[in-house]
Design a protein around this ligand. Sequence first.
Ligand code: NAD
Length: 417
Amino acid sequence: MTGSANPLESLQTQLDEASRHVEVADDVLERLRHPKRVLESNLVIERDGGTLERFRAYRSQFNGDRGPYKGGIRYHPAVSRDEVVALSGWMAYKCAVVDVPFGGAKSGIAVDPDALSAAELERLTRAYATELRPLIGEDRDVPAPDVNTGPREMNWLKDTYETLERTTAPGVVTGKSLESGGSEGRVEATGRSTVVAAREATAYLGRSLDGATAAVQGYGNAGWISAKLLDEMGVTVVAVSDSDSGIVDRDGLDPAEVKAHKDATGNVLGYDGSDACTNEELLTLDVDLLIPAALESVIDATLARDVSANIISEAANGPITPDADAILAENDVFVVPDILANAGGVTVSYFEWVQNRQRVSWSEDRVNEQLEAVIVDAFDSLCRTVEERNIEIPRTAAYVLAIERIDRAYEQGGRWP
Ligand code: NAD
């Protein structure tokens, strides 16, 4: 379920809001509202039965002022051009917030991956990689996983690129499996930063995670890892969901067992001792911490009024619409914005890229320690910006930080042409 709000309009409203607090020229701000370029392709592959089928695919390169374009690839039936452009913009601002030297990009293919065999998905991914080849490269544009893609798809993309280019270039894509040049800690990175950000927000508000309760919407990579790490920190995870349904158990769910149940049955519903709930019910449960980890615009103004959590840490990109943001702020709900909370994914992608370029590999402990330092540092900068500029909504402060960093990189490069 992507809510009805248009994610690109949400991004532009967020930028407008932040622009009231920055001293950046209007013409530069206008430049930062739109993507540099968008590739739109029709991918045609042969289905296992021998017929041909067409799939619409996009790659949006939003901004490259601070380094190579960077962003994941989403496989989902609801993928649209506006969604991909918004996601690419969020990537540019996210990399700036955590000060990772990348720009922002994103890809989407309008496909239901569950309806394709593994062989068909491989043909689709290789067809897409062939289309992307002129645009991507270790120093140009570096894709990564997103919803419904993971190490398998990234390995196929790397192999296609390297075969066509007749070279080895592991840093052309991140989120690969360890055997194909991936990094320790990459699979857990998004959930880890979401949880570190939630922990920092809890301490900032003078609260404690010990004995706190949490609800997690979405039980894929970002959601399940968030639930697991929260559980390890002593938080009681009382509800989780996926696209079919949610489950709730006020005594606490065992995240690893729920994951095993989902792996075995295809969804979280029916997990031992839990009751069913809808995704809307999950988002408004009486919990301390809410982690949206599915898709965009799931908390709109209507639903925001019923949110009971004190803190929201956004694992998903764009889960809260701008009008909902205002209501949550009025109700003293502290929202750690996506462009900081889920930035662990791109931060460890950056670590993976550095390791690939240097042909070395780091230990998991080193990855996790450096990730923690980056997120804590970004959270401190966010709070300083909130306080020094007297900004009410943390998301706005995150955009202020990001816009100023991108603006400085652009201005200092000079104008070309
Ligand atoms: P995923 O494909 O691993 O999991 C997505 C999950 O969301 C699945 O459990 C699916 O069932 C669930 N879902 C889909 N529609 C839903 C709905 N309507 N209601 C409830 N659940 C629903 O994807 P992921 O990588 O975990 O990505 C989740 C979110 O995190 C996305 O917004 C993505 O952009 C963001 N994100 C991911 C990464 C990453 O590294 N994977 C990094 C940054 C941000």
